[in-house]
Design a protein around this ligand. Structure first.
Ligand code: ATP
Ligand code: MG
Length: 351
């Protein structure tokens, strides 16, 4: 039997009592170690995780099992896991505020995924827009893992009694499915899972591709010019922004018929903290060229401190390894307690 004493929960409870605060809401979110973490990941997810980590009881997961839903190799997965851990730490995730761990280090995720699949409908999974987008019409050839992705994601979230899931807009449908699955399980087996809320900020929730502003910026986009990677150097950032597609006309304004400019203005505003209307006013009559070259400098200086810390962390992989090892231990303890309850409710095993 696992003791709750060994977990961070007790420390958290004591901290809450000491500070006179009520128990903090549980936050869980994940990111795939699929390489080339980009501005969309940063503005839609990571930056929000960092900004609110002292308010909540946080668990952040490097979801390597999800990365298996698309073709990958052992070498790239290994390198991307550590690379992502360093990106998260360099962006400001603090292991004293947040549990940071690798999904496959906690076996309960896969076990709960299977159990939840019994209350998930095949039709629900086929209707997920992410499945349809990533399958690209080749449903017969893609891995079954791509179809199962939202069930594993539901397991990730429900395993930790999560209240809030800070994600980009693209994950909204998966969180809704998680709620449906949890409600169905609860109806069948009694109140077991907390129904989580998506936490999607109005700005930055959908950073678009630089090459096609109707598509979201994605790690898995085959075109390297579509996304600004958090690791891109200054010259690469300048080049990608210079060649980013723009809309017809020459005015720097955000409007429904100017999706490319709207995206670039939104990136500028999020990184500089300036409202879009002020940026528009400053570039009246100046054309796209001047705006794009200033935007490149805004992006370069916003990423510079992260890149400096990242270079230091990359020099010393043991720092991330230690944090992930400790995070896995803390996550495992919580997950084991939850799974004992779930198995018992479902009538599994011999008790
Ligand atoms: P992949 O193409 O491999 O799915 P991804 O870029 O979508 O990669 P994920 O690891 O799936 O990245 O998602 C990590 C987090 O980043 C999620 O919270 C997701 O909602 C968010 N996110 C991803 N792309 C964007 C984007 N373009 N704008 C805002 N948030 C995003
Ligand atoms: Mg994704």
């Amino acid at each position: 039997m696992v003791s709750a004493r060994a977990t961070g929960d007790v420390a958290l409870t004591e901290k809450s009592i000491a500070t006179g605060r009520t128990l903090r809401q549980r936050v869980f979110s994940g990111i795939q170690p699929t390489g080339n973490f980009h501005l969309g990941n940063y503005l839609g997810a990571i930056r929000n995780w960092v900004g609110q980590q002292s308010e909540f009881d946080n668990i952040f997961c490097i979801v390597d099992l999800h990365a298996l839903s698309q073709p990958t190799t052992k070498e790239s997965l290994r390198a991307n896991i550590l690379g992502l851990a360093n990106v998260l730490l360099a962006s400001g995730l603090d292991p004293s505020e947040s549990i940071i761990f690798v999904q496959s280090d906690v076996h309960e995720h896969t076990e709960l995924c299977w159990l939840l699949s019994s209350v998930t409908q095949y039709g629900e999974l086929r209707r997920m827009t992410q499945f349809k987008d990533k399958a690209g019409g080749k449903d017969e050839q893609v891995s079954a893992a791509l179809l199962f992705y939202p069930v594993l994601q539901a397991a990730d979230i429900l395993l930790y009694d999560t209240n809030r899931v800070p994600v980009g807009e693209d994950q909204k449908q998966h969180i809704e499915l998680t709620r449906d699955v949890a409600a169905r399980f609860n109806a069948r087996y009694g109140e077991t899972f907390v129904l989580p809320q998506p936490d999607i900020k109005p700005a930055g929730a959908r950073v678009m591709s630089l090459e096609d502003p109707t598509k979201k910026m994605s790690k898995s986009d085959a075109n390297p010019n579509a996304a600004i990677a958090l690791t891109d150097d200054a010259e690469t950032i300048r080049r990608k922004i210079r060649r980013a597609v723009t809309d017809s006309g020459s005015e720097v304004i955000a409007a429904p018929d100017k999706p490319a400019l709207t995206n670039l203005l939104s990136i500028y505003s999020l990184l500089s903290g300036e409202p879009i209307s002020e940026i528009e006013a400053r570039y009246t009559g100046k054309g796209y060229g001047a705006f794009k070259s200033d935007l490149a400098e805004v992006v370069i200086s916003a990423l510079a401190p992260i890149q400096t810390r990242l270079a230091e962390l990359n020099e010393d992989p043991q720092v991330a390894q230690g944090i992930l090892g400790d995070g896995a231990e803390r996550a495992r303890t919580r997950a084991a307690i939850k799974m004992t309850d779930v198995r018992e409710r479902m009538g599994l095993g011999l008790g």
